[in-house]
Design a protein around this ligand. Structure first.
Ligand SMILES: [Zn+2]
Length: 288
């Protein structure tokens, strides 16, 4: 069973039919979608990605934070390659909910919430969690730009309900993963993109934060970084994900599902561990 636990539903880049065809071509059984939080983005230049990976690997997070601040100079506006993209303060969960309802055997979804823009965020959770196939909550304190402490009432409810959260952490107070893991010890927290922007600093908390997981998605990562994450966190704390349709592309410009799958297939782990990374651990932590 192969489950991609981190993909974005962006039909302006990849329609549901094409996604299903790509899944069948490479053997991905299920995708867990995140509702769109912005208009389609241009390809991030490979040079920038390499620079960010390199800087974060050597602990130069302040430089990467400065680059990030440069891309978000006004709230809700992302500047990339000379263009401005609106970040949706309240991502629309209905498109993924209806997609999941149409293909319950292939798709599930994260409920995308933003405590900084939604004064009734816990009620919003209550509304969406009853929709079939909505398996947990996605938060993005990095681009939605809020301290993770602001999400605590919501996280308390997720913990109570046994719903996992997928969080794209930001810098500083926007990424207090140690605080969250200790205040909500029963909450399963998946740090997107192998612990971006902390990487090793987050992996070093594998033992002190037993409820912390990482997904292996995104072009922020490389095969080398993924190997280091699995080695340090342990295979049981790492989940296969892609960040599709962003990142790796086939010749026609559409998402290439083979790249990250190849990284996982080549990992120096046992076949049991590989199966856990590819889907079993995700199934376990999302079954209530
Ligand atoms: Zn993503």
């Amino acid at each position: 069973m192969i489950i991609d636990c981190h993909a974005h539903f962006e039909p302006r880049m990849l329609t549901a039919d094409r996604i299903l065809a790509k899944m069948d071509a490479v053997g991905v059984d299920r995708i867990v979608f995140i509702p769109a939080m912005q208009d389609p983005l241009p390809h991030t230049p490979e040079l920038l990605l390499t620079a960010v990976r390199g800087l974060l690997s050597v602990g130069a997070a302040p430089i990467v934070e400065a680059i990030h601040r440069h891309t978000i100079r006004e709230p809700g506006k992302l500047k990339l390659s000379g263009e401005t993209f609106e970040i949706y303060a309240r991502p629309d969960n209905s498109a993924v909910a209806s997609l999941v309802a149409q293909h319950p055997d292939r798709f599930s979804a994260w409920i995308f919430l933003n405590p900084a823009a939604d004064p009734n965020v816990v009620e919003t959770l209550e509304r969406w969690r009853h929709e079939p196939g909505m398996i947990g909550v996605k938060l993005h304190p990095h681009w939605h730009d809020y301290p993770t402490a602001q999400a605590e009432p919501l996280l308390a409810r997720c913990e109570e309900l046994g719903l996992p959260v997928l969080i794209h952490f930001g810098f500083g107070v926007r990424g207090d993963f140690v605080g969250l893991c200790s205040r909500f010890p029963k909450l399963r927290i998946i740090s997107a993109h192998a612990g971006f922007p902390f990487f090793r600093k987050l992996w070093d908390h594998a033992e002190t934060c037993p409820n912390l997981y990482v997904d292996l998605s995104s072009p922020y990562l490389s095969e080398r970084l993924v190997r280091a994450a699995v080695k340090r966190m342990g295979a049981d704390r790492c989940l296969y994900g892609t960040d599709a349709p962003y990142g790796f592309h086939e010749e026609d410009g559409s998402y290439d599902y083979r790249e990250i799958l190849g990284w996982v297939e080549r990992l120096p782990v046992s076949s049991t561990e590989r199966e856990r990374i590819l889907g079993q651990t995700f199934e376990r932590i999302t079954s209530r």
